[in-house]
Design a protein around this ligand. Structure first.
Ligand code: IPM
Ligand code: MG
Length: 383
């Protein structure tokens, strides 16, 4: 096959570069095994971008992304770095949110799976794990409170009545922060389609999460999702308030197949769901947007963050980054066999007892504690 797939590899900060190195190692193994051709170009982003060019998303990095077929992303954001840099210029907003908006990546898929071999790493008692946990969180990624306008902090005068029965009122200069939650019908429709299509290839159940008992957004969300469901008669739709959803994840996670969430609820519940899989270090994610030609342009990143406490120490689990490359091969390049090979290789390394610190317990007699590089080597070798 002669197609060359162009990949922008943006490792970012913290553990990003270490786990990216292992993911590229695995990609090279796949390239060889399946006679593929990957053109992988690395570029700085996040604090690495600020250090190199003064911008969290350097112009050259954005240009590279635009010329690529997919973006393989590490992680960005170091909360303790330089507090003088304004929040709009910090990596979370200036790089990550900007890329999501710039490329119209409205569908965020976060598969959460607890492999049987890692049952010990799950915080729930074994009887609550049932036959295994397998949830796909479908999170809307370019709407809601993350992007709604107005979004600002402003000064105002706060009136403070005094103890003398209202005779005196003191005006105090204060601040108020405003975030706005907006969803339109088309935004809800398109993400609902993604969830129903995904569910029809899985266990055929969508649990739609909202706060329809309080929020206007929740009422519209429920209404639109219910209408879209009619086009998918083989998929069961259930609605759940977000607070109950958070509780049900802990009580009976096996009831969930696809969880459909707006942006912020999806952010929160996907971290909670991820805890069930033992470690954030295991979970990939895909953010998909508009299609370009035959390919679906996508952005692939681990669910976890920069983990500055363990960065540079060969301790990070590279599996989330490696599994993110598998999602890239499957969703953006249509290379299902190669994607399967990566996922199988991860399974092989786990079955062989390879464990980074986050998924290791001494009680597992056959487990071997390994570093980032050793885990990457084992998975590349298994491919
Ligand atoms: C995530 C992260 C981001 C988000 C942050 C880093 C902006 O938590 O991808 O879940 O809130 O979307
Ligand atoms: Mg998050």
């Amino acid at each position: 096959m002669s197609t060359t797939f162009k990949i922008a590899a943006l490792a970012g900060d913290g553990i990003g570069p270490e786990v990216m190195r292992e993911a590229i190692k695995v990609l090279r193994a796949v390239e060889k095994k399946f006679s593929l051709s990957f053109q992988i170009t690395e570029a700085p982003v996040g604090w690495a971008g600020i250090d190199a060019t003064g911008k969290a998303l350097p112009d050259a990095t954005l240009a590279l992304c635009k010329q690529s077929d997919a973006i393989l992303f590490g992680s960005v954001g170091l909360p303790d770095r330089d507090p003088t840099i304004p929040k709009e210029e910090r990596p979370e907003r200036a790089a990550l949110l900007r890329i999501r908006k710039e490329f119209g990546l409205y569908a965020n898929l976060r598969p959460v799976q607890l492999p049987k071999a890692l049952a010990h790493a799950c915080p729930l008692r074994p009887e609550r794990q049932g036959d295994g946990i397998d949830i796909l969180v479908v999170r809307e990624l370019t709407g809601g409170m993350y992007f709604g306008q107005p979004k600002k902090t402003e000064d105002y005068f706060h009136e403070e009545p005094q103890a003398d029965e209202g005779a005196t009122v003191i005006m105090r200069r204060a601040q108020r922060a405003i975030d706005t939650m907006v969803y339109t019908t088309p935004e809800i429709e398109r993400i609902a389609h993604v969830a129903f299509k995904a569910a029809s290839l899985r266990r055929k159940k969508v649990t739609s999460i909202d706060k329809a008992n309080v929020l206007e957004n929740g009422v519209l969300w429920r209404d639109v999702v219910t209408k879209i469901a009619k086009q998918y008669p083989d998929v069961t739709l259930e609605h759940m308030f977000v607070d109950n959803g958070a509780m049900q994840l802990m009580l009976r996670p096996t009831q969930f197949d696809v969880m459909l969430c707006e942006n912020m609820f999806g952010d929160i519940l996907s971290d909670e769901a991820a805890a069930l899989a033992g470690s954030l270090g295991m979970l990939p994610s895909a953010s998909l947007g508009k299609a370009t030609g035959e390919l679906t342009f996508g952005f692939y990143e681990p669910a976890g963050g920069t983990a500055p406490d363990i960065a540079g120490k060969n301790l990070a689990n590279p599996i989330a980054q490696i599994l993110s490359t598998a999602l890239m091969l499957r969703y953006s390049f249509g290379l299902n066999d190669a994607a399967d090979a990566i996922e199988a290789a991860v399974g092989t390394a786990i079955a062989a007892g390879m464990r980074t610190g986050d998924i290791y317990t001494p009680a597992e007699a056959t487990a071997k504690k390994v570093g980032t590089r050793e885990m990457g080597d084992a998975i590349a070798a298994a491919v």
